[in-house]
Design a protein around this ligand. Sequence first.
Ligand code: HEM
Length: 454
Amino acid sequence: MPWGLSFLRAMRRDYLGTLAKVHAQCPDAARMQVLWRRSVHVFHPDMVRELLVEQADKVQRWERVTTIFAMGTGQEGVLVTEGAQWQRQRRLLQAGFGPKRVSAYTRHMVYACDSALRALDTSPHNTPHDTPHDMHALMTRVTMDVIVRALFGHARQIDTARVSHAIHALSTEGYAQVFRPWLLPAWFPWPSVQRARRAKGWLDQLIAGQIAHKRAEAQTTPAHAPDNEAGDLLTMLLQARDPEQPEQGLSPQEVHDQTMVMFQAGHETSATALTWWAGLVARHPEVAQRLHHEVDSVLQGAMPHADCTQRMPWLMASLKESLRLYPAAAILMTRCSAHDLHCGPWQLAAGDLITITPALIQRDARWFPEPDQFKPERFLPGAPETPRGAWMPFGSGPRVCLGQHFAMMEMAIVSAMLLQRFALEWPQGHAWPEGEVSITLRPATPMLVRLTPR
Ligand code: HEM
């Protein structure tokens, strides 16, 4: 079916609402022509796997999204590279995100969360306990602190609020670029383009300074063993060696751009996911009660650590269910066919655009009965299995989120600590926020939750 500019405008105004109508008409997939571009919106999990897993070597990220991300994160980051360069980078980075390394980062997660919650508790400048807190502001503070500490091993002299502000400027402008008929180059004298350019310049300087500092430190202190699990991500990037070509590491530009990618991919997504989770728990006191009980009996008043997650099935299920209803990364999963390929009943030609929207796939009643209800029990051990690929907040196939274990651990630690210290309550009469798609799917209005110390 042919569609034109009005469809693009409708997508920009209401991305999910517009695609939901397409989904209702064509539940498995819809093929269409938007202006001069043939595209397919894929909704059936089998077809998603067919594209992202079985024919992964025949698809690439959509070049428009790649160009936009490259403007924000650099040309050499794992988020935007393709082919042999991407494979090499992915192999090298994988070492920093394995289960042992992720366990080692829990100390940063606990520290960052503890500081943010203490500040809530004690600062005279903070709102009194009976005034609801803005969950997105709180979670952004925590996840920014976590990623800075995980990357550099410390947060000394880093203005995390300014980092967060800079990343926000980049992602807002990045999303606006997706729907413009033409990409505006970084020199274009338009206020939001210039804001994003300045933000990128400031972040570049900050990262360059940290890399220089880390290199100088390495000259004066004994090197970490490459498999040192206590090291930070930046040290890992500087020391990374390709197992297939041991003399090869990452080039200086690659190290810089990976650091930028981690900053950007690894903080707003987790903050948004935790924000939705906190709101959902506050709205469902019966779930909150179970979670409090579980967290109290597992932690017994102590700080959480990596092994706790296996002993908190309700907590993990509540996080998965929240990611089902509100998957944080909304537009990362666009692809372009690099070769002719098959997709369900169709043959796609090289250059066709492919869009995969977890927010719709994960609310399909065929895979999740009562799809709009928050029911963590769907994800408890022993619950009926959902079709493979129907839950995919981190993507699927070789380009699946590199930080997914990091993110799940971070969410588990932060949510457990919040429940341990506070009762979460939904303010009476306050409306549930709609989801608003930007680079992430965030609440359109503040997510306010009353936190009462326990
Ligand atoms: C709840 C939190 C998060 C969600 C929902 C999320 C989701 C995603 C999704 C959907 C993708 C794209 C997959 C695809 O294109 O098929 C992605 C890619 C990526 N994510 Fe995450 N992410 C999260 C947290 C993180 C964190 C904490 C980090 C790093 C510290 C991270 C690093 C990355 C990187 C580097 C990629 C690009 C991987 C590649 O192209 O090879 N993410 N993420």
